[in-house]
Design a protein around this ligand. Structure first.
Ligand SMILES: O=P(O)(O)OC[C@H]1O[C@H](O[C@H]2O[C@H](CO)[C@@H](O)[C@H](O)[C@H]2O)[C@H](O)[C@@H](O)[C@@H]1O
Length: 251
């Protein structure tokens, strides 16, 4: 499948890790290509603000990574929302993975060298990319902690990781909420993602008359191709040459 052409009525919903950014050994080691924030800012200007980052990372961390670009966004797989006018929808701080579970996971990773925990304001991720031999044990423990029928929390499979997240949130819900507001309302949503949690965002984009693009299928699994497509879209929208876009982004 070839990706569609961006047009002035598009709205972009972009996942971060594995979509805009190459996967790194640990969450802290991701590298943001130097021109990416300005490319996003340029598209944001061209699409009158209809560009949102929809990520599993907390919003503060996302802003830090993409600084100075900051716009509409959903963090922690849809738990936190920020609209174009800066309004936030955020759950109370107390609605979070219970400290007993956090402590049990922190204690467990002491026995599993290379396994990392990533505490978030509401959720809690465990990464085994550096020690895949412990993947089964990680899953065994999180399944014990969070049974399938748990009313508030569920397990979110991720790339070489698993996260305990809030059942009530999803990237689909985030797309729906953002699409109900300016400047997204009335546009054609294009959701691009690479991971299990992105599927809900893609489904919602399709339900709302748009499209969902999997990085593996449409971009050969390579975030550089996603960035190149965004760059081409920006050029086409401008009717200008690549050199006139102040990004310096190299796919
Ligand atoms: O929704 P996303 O923006 O794709 O975020 C999903 C998770 O991404 C991060 O973890 C993943 O990327 C890391 C850096 O490349 C990698 O080391 C890890 O193995 C991946 O699972 C992030 O750390 C999580 O918080 C996000 O939920």
């Amino acid at each position: 499948m070839t990706p569609p052409e961006l047009d002035r009525k598009s709205a972009l919903f972009l996942d971060l890790d594995g979509t805009l950014l190459e996967i790194a050994a640990t969450p802290e080691q991701v590298v943001v290509p130097p021109g990416l924030p300005s490319l996003l800012a340029h598209l944001h200007h061209q699409l009158e603000g209809a560009v949102a980052i929809v990520t599993g990372r907390p919003l503060a961390q996302t802003d830090e990574l993409l600084r100075p670009f900051s716009a509409s966004a959903a963090g922690e797989h849809g738990v936190s929302l920020r609209y174009a006018d800066g309004t936030r929808e955020e759950l109370p701080a107390g609605i979070a993975v219970p400290s007993a579970w956090r402590e049990e996971l922190e204690a467990a990773v002491q026995r599993w060298p290379g396994v990392l925990v990533e505490p978030k304001p509401h959720g809690f991720a465990v990464h085994y990319r550096l020690a895949p031999e412990y993947g089964n044990e990680v899953w065994r423990l999180v399944r014990q902690l969070v049974p399938p029928e748990h009313p508030w929390f569920h397990l979110v499979p991720a790339r070489e990781a698993v996260e305990i997240g809030l059942r009530s949130a999803s990237k689909g819900h985030a797309v729906e909420r953002l699409m109900a507001h300016a400047p997204f309302h009335g546009r054609r949503p294009i959701f691009i993602g690479d991971d299990f949690t992105d599927e809900a965002g893609m489904r919602k984009a399709r339900e709302l008359g748009g499209i969902g693009l999997r990085v593996a299928e449409v971009f050969g699994g390579d975030p550089a191709n996603v960035r190149a497509w965004l760059m081409e879209g920006a050029q086409r929208l401008d009717g200008r040459s690549a050199s006139s876009i102040p990004t310096g982004v190299t796919p």
